[in-house]
Write a protein that binds this ligand. Sequence first.
Ligand SMILES: Nc1ncnc2c1ncn2[C@@H]1O[C@H](COP(=O)(O)OP(=O)(O)OP(=O)(O)O)[C@@H](O)[C@H]1O
Length: 555
Amino acid sequence: MLYRLVLLHKKLLIIATLLSVVSALFGIGIISLVNSEIEHVSDSSSNVIEGLLFFFAALTAFLTFSVISQYMLTKLSVQIMVSIRENMVQRILSTSYEQIEKVGGHRIFATLTKDIEALTATLSAVPHVAYNLSTVLLCFAYMGYQSWQLFLWVGGVLIFAMVVAQLLMNIGIGRFKAVRELDDSLFKNFRALIDGGKELNINFNRKRFFYKDVITPNIEQIKKSTISAHLIFIVLSNWTNLVLFLALGSVVFASQLFLAGIATEVVVSFVLTLVYLIGPMTVLFNTFSVVAEGIVSSQKIENLQLSEDVLFERLDHTLTPSHDWQHLEIKSVAYEYIRDGSDEYKFSIGPINLSVSRGEVIFLIGGNGCGKSTFAKVLCGLYTPTSGEIRLDGKLATADMDRYRCHFSTIFSDFYLFDQVIDAQGMLADDHKIVEYLVKLKLDKKVTVNNGILSTTELSHGQRKRLGLLLSYMEDAPIYIFDEWAADQDPYFRNFFYCELLAQLKALGKTVFVISHDEHYFTFSDRILKFDSGEMEELPRKLPAKAATDLAALV
Ligand SMILES: Nc1ncnc2c1ncn2[C@@H]1O[C@H](COP(=O)(O)OP(=O)(O)OP(=O)(O)O)[C@@H](O)[C@H]1O
């Protein structure tokens, strides 16, 4: 990913790096100028004024190009940061719900905070790396030009230094990987800290256990691993200083011992250049830890296996479902939960065969954990069948999952309530219509609406579900799935749901799948599908329509 991002911005990167090289050239030019002026110190015939003018001109050019190049490089790193954020959001939105569920919310959250931050820091270091690397390379070229024999000595020392640095870098990356794995479990514990707030506050012993035996050891482990990872980079950074002194020594001693023919001015110029190099080399080696963290984060993002197939031109258009569809065919559909590397008990449903017509109200019943919600998720396209196929009016669902899914509006038991109420066209819905339903759902005293945005979603669980129903209703999809919607409603709204709403939706030609344990209301269905250990059978309808009406009057 790191590589891809750099490639994506290569044009700006090349321009900015070229500017850096020019500014570094002026830096070298200044050293060279000072060097030649040293030679003329005792020469009264030399033109000092001319040298001084050159010196100030070089200083001005150095400053100008340094500022422009650093500005360009900083702009580049900000652009890269923005594109990582956009890219991550797009990839998450393009990834199947199934994959997101498999990866786990805490890992995605860790990536959105930790990895984006680390990648941004790494890419922000690109300007400094490019600038200092070009300075270092130019200094090498300058030294090579002055004396290739002496430069070979320096080069030998530097190659040895680079080999050791590479080894240290590999160890450092390995340690950062271990830290990053621990970060995932920390984010999981952070989630438990917030989501489990009630349980932790009520039960002091759980709070004590969570603090002492779960989160503190996790934090301690991260502390130890982070220090041990950074230790490698501290060694690496000090190794640079040592290597530069080693290079200085090798220049001074090699010129005396083995390369006696080399002029003193050349040796002095090598020494000056190496001293000048201390700054850029230190910056370069100090960024190694940042780069290592970026590499680890980049690999971590790849391991999430988020979708690469980001077709975001599609978001410019609204997807509209076919409201006059006639047949939904579920042919030998099976689904199995597969978790990588896990040998624990695996649950599967199917194979299921079912043919659904428009306007049917279908109840899904069965004991806890028998696969009703799993089937509902396969049915609406959140899960892709492991085998078998789903066809809507003959069209294979998997041929265009986005289009297929847009036929559904769902309220699962772990639903999320958005503040924005969206209509069938994907626009903010009309306030008058929303108010009408707020009144109907007895929420108008609690919630107001302004331009399609709800004033609050901080309500009781039952009220939140009613608000969810409002959002779902406004979406005006052809097929509805309600997963135990009525389970936590009071008798009035339970009655409203089974006796009024289902009939209303049916009259509008909607197909409704209702997951329910409310036996009293099973009569309000056209069909009943019973689940048992992942297998489905259709029950014969027992009550005639008349009996259903009588029952409606009773409840
Ligand atoms: N995200 C998941 N990952 C792995 N297995 C899962 C997952 N969700 C559910 N399961 C497995 O699928 C089984 C069926 O779950 P499902 O939610 O479909 O049951 P259900 O019939 O809707 O139950 P309930 O009436 O309690 O809501 C569970 O017992 C569990 O073993």
